[in-house]
Design a binder for this molecule. Sequence first.
Ligand SMILES: Nc1ncnc2c1ncn2[C@@H]1O[C@H](COP(=O)(O)OP(=O)(O)OP(=O)(O)O)[C@@H](O)[C@H]1O
Length: 794
Amino acid sequence: MEICTICDHLWVKITNNLPKYVPVIRKQLRIPQPIRASPCRPSVALSAAQIQSPVQCSLLLLLAAAAMAAEASGRKDATITGPADSTELREQLMTEGNMKKDLEASLPAAQDSFAIRCRDVCRSYGKLKVLTNLNLTVPQGQIYGLLGPSGCGKTTLLKCIVGTLKISRGHITVLGKPPAFPGHEVPGKMVGYMPQDLALYNEFTISDTLTFFGRIHGLTSKETQVRMNFLIDFLNLPQKNSLVRNLSGGQRRRVSLGAALLQNPELLILDEPTVGVDPVLRAKIWQHLVEIVKTGKVSVIITTHYIEEARQANMVGLMRNGHLLAEGPPDAVMKQHSATTLEHAFLQLCESSDQNSTQESSSESETLEKSQMFANGRDESQPILAVGPPPVEDVPKCTADWKVRARHILPKGRNIRALFIKTMVRMKRMPGSLCFQFLLPVIQISLICLCVGGDPKGIKVAVVNNDSYPPSSSFSQSLLTFLDNSSVIQVPLPHKEAFEGVHKGEYWGVIGFGQNFTNYLTKRILQRQVSKEVIDGGSVHVWLDLTNRQIGLMLQKQLHQAFQAFVDYKMGALAYLAALPIKFEEPIYGSLDMDFTTYVTPGAVLSISFYLAVGLTALSFVLERKEGLLDRCWVAGVSSMETMLAHLFSQLFVISVQIILMLLFVLLVFKMPNEGSLFLVICLIVLQGVTGISFGLVISAGIDDEQSANQAALGIFYPNLILSGIIWPVECIPYPLRYLSLALPQTYASESLRCIMYRGWGMSEMMVWRGFAVTLGWNTFFLILATVILKLRT
Ligand SMILES: Nc1ncnc2c1ncn2[C@@H]1O[C@H](COP(=O)(O)OP(=O)(O)OP(=O)(O)O)[C@@H](O)[C@H]1O
């Protein structure tokens, strides 16, 4: 602050030590008390770049660039105007020079003529405040260039405008209503959005891409074709059947722009459409934008890093640190900063803004600042050079009757169909992946049937046969011939080597016969009372390595069976004399030779259809979200529910093929018994697949990156497999865990499938319908959860 005396006037020049009379913030202006009390009448010279700042001044000095420089160097050729109240000031400004035209151009005629209006918009990502009390107005029928350095929040603002991001404070009106208001076609057909990410399906051709968006916007195929031909020509795109993944970066960007322009929207929101585009085409794009806004019906908001190209816009907004520094016609912005380029004007604004914020942060009178802010009804979030009207605080009241609301919520068949076709086309373009998806369950179930639950084969056992009878007539040799040779490989050895072999892990056991085995066994069979020595000598002695329980159990079973067969053979009708007094009759369900594979298979089938569906789905949204496809579809008017349903239907097709192939193998190749209804079997497996899809949707909706999604899908695999009683019966699970097990989606379902297949039961049995009920319950729960999460996150 400089003080000097001219004649009898005390002049106070408030510059706040800033060079070039950069305006101090109005609220910070204070004339110290001693000066006010001075016998001289104090006068204050205040320089302000902001036109609303000097409204309380008695005199207004308007300086053009040269005059400003002259004044700064002490010359007195500046223009002096008369008193300035807010109206007069504006009027006088309007009559001054070329600026008037520009200012008028920037003032929309009426409230309805705004395409977009943001008021006090705030948005944060966690603790990071990205938009702070941002005010922005895009007039109807104009191009608005949103400029700002990288990371200032342009994309975030555009996402808030199209409704893919929720604002934490403030309000946004787009084409008369808030985005996503029931019945409003923003998001929808009224808005064409080109996100910064390319957001294109790589497996699609150019034609597929435009056809897909055409379907979503409800264009007829003829309309889409006409627009497609125009856009391919206009955007200089390659052949329409070129695959997106084979296009260059610039070509992809143009396809993305084409998708935004396709339905001739009323509002175009373009996030850096000219990046990577050659200057000729860039000029053509701008020319096209200028042309389409000429009708006055189309408005455009565009962000660009090429600041100078934004001079073709009707309005520019210069954004920094989450708020607008300035908003106005490009020429007016440049003139007000005595700049010859927009870039220069922007640089100056940034410098001013930096200096202001330094002052603010170092200001000791924060409370004073706040009170001033409220008193003036303005804060720093307002553009410093805003030439538009002050923020209108009233929000248009929008109402929609229940029918409109209901229509808004209900899924549209058109969108579901478009998304379904999209998935089918993508699958068709990846035949290898599709074949793998179809064959994988067959491979898995085949491996289970072949490798799990069967009896061990080729088990080596040492045989120490000391029986004194010749082999042709000895009982020991006869009994050994009844051992199943495919399961047990007999290795005759002397006593010492046999035991050494077991200790070294070469054999799973030793079968020993004493010297008098045949003799004593004959006595045991024929005599009622025999000595302990006879009993011992007439027994087969077996030493097993029981570290592998399954092999141990198999050897025990094989020896019992061999002995029974030997007794039957030797004693014929008298065999009962040597048999255990327990007789296993024909089983009520199942058969005596049912192996563990039979137990495992139904659960394994359910588990495979569940996990393949999880795998197919868990990454789908994650990848689509990451590539911006989910947002793009959402802006095109696709709802979360439609996305869910389309995904469900398309995956249903895949799992149906998988299930058919799997059942063919299980029933025809591996000959698993099925005593019940095949229809019920298929229904239950399909329902489990749907449960897997819906669980995958939950993962996909809730998790952002592939790694976490994969971890979530894999993380539940083992606990669920083990706890669901698929590989080992639930009855073996300790009690507290058993309750958890029963609540899982596959426990009752596996039991139900076993009951249908092996007992031939139908839906009248509780153990059957309980499996269906639990599966349906989980389905509904997962689907609702996924829809809610997706809705909350978009
Ligand atoms: N999903 C997100 N989570 C957390 N922070 C984010 C997220 N998206 C953006 N940001 C942060 O918000 C800020 C503004 O990002 P935004 O993408 O809006 O900037 P921008 O002006 O569009 O930048 P550019 O011109 O480089 O695209 C940046 O600091 C960025 O790191």
